[in-house]
Design a protein around this ligand. Sequence first.
Ligand code: GLN
Length: 551
Amino acid sequence: MPTGKKGHPTKYIVVTGGVLSGLGKGVAAASIGRLLCSRLKIVPVKLDGYLNTDPGTMNPVEHGEVFVLDDGGEVDMDFGHYERFLDIQGKMEWNLTMGKVFQEILERERRGDFLGKTVQFIPHATNVIKERIHRIASDEKADILLVEIGGTVGDLENLFYIEAIRQMRHEVGSENMLFVHLTYVPVPSGVREQKSKPTQQGIKLLNEAGIYPDVVIGRCEEYIDEHIKEKIALFGNIEKDCVISGPDVESVYEIPLVYEKEGLSGIIHKKLGIYSPPALGEWSQWVEAVKRNHKAPEKVVQIALGGKYTALEDSYASLVEAFEHAGAHVGARVELKWIETSQIERGELSASEALSGVDGLIIPGGFGSRGIEGKIELIRHAREAGIPFLGICYGMQLAVVEYARNVCGLTGANTEEVESPEYPVPHKVICYLPGQKAITRKGGTMRLGGHDVEVRKGSRASAVYGNSVRIRERFRHRYEVNPEYIEKMESHGIVFSGKAPGIPIMQLVELPDHPYFLACQFHPELTSNLLRPAPLFQGLVEAALVRHGQA
Ligand code: GLN
């Protein structure tokens, strides 16, 4: 049996979801982890039911943001919550998908591992799932493995995870495994009272699969009434104290505080025989700041976000969080103004209209050609009008394109990413990264994960990073600034202030004469957290605040 650092058996907390999706299971799991992480090593594991190997090839509108880990793994966006709440670095093996499970089974089958046997969902698929989970626990010497099962109980694609977990509880013993079920308690508008029936039915469904939750967290617009808690307890076979409220909150960072108020850590300590008191002191201080910002109309900065996935906020989940962290530290609420940049291209909106009254602009990462001319227009306007600007990944590449075209006179400059026989690009100021050319398979084929960045001494970027000359950030890109154009562009004033150590891959760009014009090839939003906001975001919000004060 896997054991934690001090030789005690690894404990498992399994989080399932019922009634409907979108209740914030990832945040709930991360919040539970936050309550328990002061003395114990918590390792989060996410089990996703889809057949993709990982979410790297999925459209973010469909699946939310693709989160990138330091080890280069492209994983579910819930890892963003785990890392932000637990202050850890996730690993790609911690995100299991049915794609990975079946890949392993088929490889083993071809190798002859099952010769003579019929390969079946049970036991073969469930065994692979259990082995993977045990392996993570032993490799990490985890005190607690926090296992989140994707989707909603009743989804066919997650059934094998549920079955594997059911078997595991049998094997490791009930004193070592705790089930937490996140459910929904609606307050229908007609009756205005909390309803427990969907939760009762959801728990029944879970019971049918052989799982009896120890703790139920009821997501609701308000705290759950005592008599509703009693009802859920009675019909769900749960101790009454173990029905916990998960009310709507202004900031997700309040959730560990709410759970604590509801007594959750004490319940888990008792049931699993552990002791790791919540350390929420510094945390609650910042949460208070976040809450103040939500309410403080006098210190609001408006930042425009120009993108193409603006239909779904989840596509930019970490970015939205990074603004919350930066706002808490600077003492301002950041209001995001979403701009669909293809509207600018179609002439329905001008860049100056889109940016009128805003205090800053961010252009995040992206792919492909749709909406990029609109983004370039926005960047041009921000550059010319002195509006604080942060470009991330594609946002940096397009800032370079804009500067090449409009300042360096390189007519038709663009990124190689949009080139086609019908649309030849005369000046490929952004080009394929060397080593990325021969790629024919998709997924995991970009320059991915954490890399060091050498920051030029005395640059604006270095100042933003507390005068650091070496930082580490996470990347996900296939293209880079074309080294052939660097000298010419720098002679016009733009400064490439960060590069990969030892190779001429540019990773930071800035304009010295602008109030705040910084762009990076990496994704600083991925490593931002409440206690340590990403410096580039904090810098943008500070500059936006200055501009706001001057307006
Ligand atoms: N499409 C660009 C590239 O592949 C930028 C990627 C991104 O923004 N994540 O380099």
